[in-house]
Design a protein around this ligand. Sequence first.
Ligand SMILES: *Cc1c(COP(=O)(O)O)cnc(C)c1O
Length: 438
Amino acid sequence: MSNDTLLARSLAAVWHPCTQMKHHETLPLIPISHGDGVWLVDSDGRRYLDAVSSWWVNLFGHNEPRIKAAIHSQLDRIEHVMLAGFTHEPVIELSERLGSLTGLGHAFYGSDGASATEIALKMAAHFWRNTGRPDKSRFVYLQDSYHGETLGALSVTDVPIFRDAYAPLIRDNFMVMSPDARQAQAGESAVDVAERAAMQLEQTLAAHHQEIAALIVEPLVQGAAGMALYDAHYLRRARELCDRYQILLIADEIAVGFGRTGTMFACEQAGIRPDLMCLSKGITAGYLPLAVVLCSDTLYTAFYDDSSTRAFLHSHSYTGNPLACAAALATLDIFRDDAVISSNRSKAAAFSAGPFAALAAHPRIRNWRQQGMIWAGDVSDAPAGFARQLFLAALQHGLLLRPIGATLYFMPPYILNGDDAALLAHGTLAALDSVLRP
Ligand SMILES: *Cc1c(COP(=O)(O)O)cnc(C)c1O
């Protein structure tokens, strides 16, 4: 079916996410017919390099044969069974493997990132209730944080455009300074900024620890803030302060987990272990919705009791879906079989020094930065509507780019090769010049 027909039908019947639908009177909506590695192909046969990994979920490209095979093979056994009162091999093996990768040995499942945030917040507050501290029920979050868009997640998210309309529905929590390295003042290093933020965190914890259940952070990279990077020093200090003030540490690795920042999990770079870790997005390499909250023995044990009221009575219909778990296991196999972490490390270095160097040198790009398989830069004096204009211009060059405000970023599938990276850099520069040159 042609693009035009599909467009009209979609606009009539589908309410698209994170979109003012009226903008589609002028903005194109692109009907994707299939995927091929890093490429998305529309129903008229045009190809777009997926430089944002389809909203940060895709790791190994579209149409990856090993993950497809794993899902097919699971489909011949059992597609879904409720996880209350029942269990199955994929969920057992996945929980064991995630436990041994993180040192957090108990896995509670949900379906999307935001459901993992909700689970972690509820679990943290309930933990304190079970240990006789019911007043510890509020949370600390970072400025410019993003943890999802359900109501609980919004209460620890600092993105006004997602939050303001729902302000009356959202519970008040404590916001502290972001350790974003771009806030460095004259002579300050990234570590200095991290230390300054940690000192502010300490003031908040010292004053309010009696009512605080947990601190929630996006380790190393605040993605939705515009790929704000910060030094691992902050995570070490946060771990230490949480221990001192008896506060749980929740690591939201929904975007950064599964190799995105250069290690399997971002917390590894700080050498810390959180009490709770939220995972989703890359967990199935972008194949099926799945989320998990991993937690420590201490946390789990506080719920283990004869009484149901001390249990974690939370559930989602598709909790621990076997097909999604099979996709996640195939994803972990690829990390092992293809030595993904070390191969990404050399790729990232080669792209940074090679094709992406032109972006770093561009006169209108400030703060060009890289962390693992993430690159970002801030466009100075960006015109109004820059993000939308660049998105459009990039499509003309066969690229899917989706700037956040004036921040241009690449978060490509890990299978991006040198030729793709060169195409991506050239197309981005051309799109940028067409938007910046009136
Ligand atoms: C995307 C994201 C979420 C929310 O995940 P959804 O699957 O979109 O609900 C939460 N935290 C972070 C850091 C994210 O990037």
